[in-house]
Design a protein around this ligand. Structure first.
Ligand code: ATP
Ligand code: MG
Length: 271
């Protein structure tokens, strides 16, 4: 099983959008996936279900010892399950020391590990500290969504330093990749950010594909669906998530390059 956190220092960069659409794309590709919402605002739940706020979820398991097994909810896609952030207000009241909270989060992830998922995709609150930090400590990989805008890229060194600190202190979390989001084709400012990042970072740090800026994403979250379910024929943004999911499989080692579909290994139609 692979635990993947979706995290960034900055807010509003597309973490929740990426979490929902990537988890859906991975489930569509056959992986038994749990989409876990650890944002106390409950963004994942709210974007997918109007009843989410009434349900117990992640923070109820963390603070009130609710049995996490019973909090995981099915969706209409059998391979995709959801753990909403829940009702527990202890998050806002700050009812534990950071060490206690980290221990409880580790217990919840330990329980989830025994449920036979192939993949947990955890949406996190903005920032690398607090609960995001606790979740990163339990994660194998992290995807860092990064808005393709001039000042946005400044937080990348901070994120990379935070990951190095976690690894230096014995945690295994690795960068699965930085994913550029809200990319506006034809915008010189966006293109400049992309080429600056390509110059600055090792090539493997960046996902090959980027998430375009598209009003369909706003409409999809307003309607409570992943983009792939917005219309009878999926909008093009959803196809990008299929490609990102395929790339993610290799990056997080769910599928090795040898079994992938790259040109060296694909099966020819005829000999
Ligand atoms: N590619 C996109 N194109 C257009 N709008 C987008 C795109 N991605 C996200 N949005 C919109 O931008 C807003 C912020 O996105 P989202 O909630 O996914 O960010 P976030 O990083 O989870 O924010 P927060 O830090 O508050 O949790 C939302 O209204 C969302 O619908
Ligand atoms: Mg969010």
């Amino acid at each position: 099983m692979v635990t993947l956190a979706i995290a960034s220092q900055k807010g509003g960069v597309g973490k929740t959008t990426v979490s929902v659409n990537l988890a859906y794309a991975m489930a569509r590709r056959g992986w038994h996936t749990l989409l876990l919402d650890s944002d106390p605002q409950g963004s994942v739940g709210l974007s997918l279900s109007r009843k989410a706020q009434e349900r117990f979820g992640f923070y109820d398991a963390v603070y009130s010892n609710h049995d996490v097994e019973r909090l995981v909810q099915p969706t209409r896609l059998p391979e995709l399950k959801i753990l909403t952030s829940g009702q527990n207000l202890s998050f806002f009241e700050g009812s534990g020391s950071p060490e206690q909270e980290a221990g409880k989060v580790a217990d919840v992830f330990g329980n989830l590990e025994r449920r036979g998922f192939d993949l947990i995709v955890a949406d996190t609150p903005a920032g690398m500290a607090g609960f995001t930090g606790h979740i990163l400590k339990c994660s194998d990989f992290v995807v860092v969504p990064q808005q393709a805008e001039p000042l946005g890229a400044r937080s990348i060194p901070y994120v990379l330093t935070a990951l190095r600190h976690l690894r230096d202190s014995g945690h295994q979390v690795k960068l699965a990749g930085i994913l550029l989001t809200m990319m506006q084709q034809g915008s010189e400012a966006c293109e400049a950010v992309v080429s600056e990042l390509r110059d600055l970072l090792p090539a493997e740090f960046l996902f090959r594909d980027m998430v375009p800026r598209d009003v369909d994403f706003l409409e999809a979250s307003a309607r409570g669906v992943p983009l792939g379910l917005l219309r009878d024929i999926a909008p093009s943004g959803a196809l990008i998530f299929d490609k990102l999911a395929a790339e993610l499989e290799t990056r997080v080692k769910l599928r090795t390059e040898d079994h992938g579909y790259d040109r060296k290994t694909h099966t020819p139609l005829m000999d």
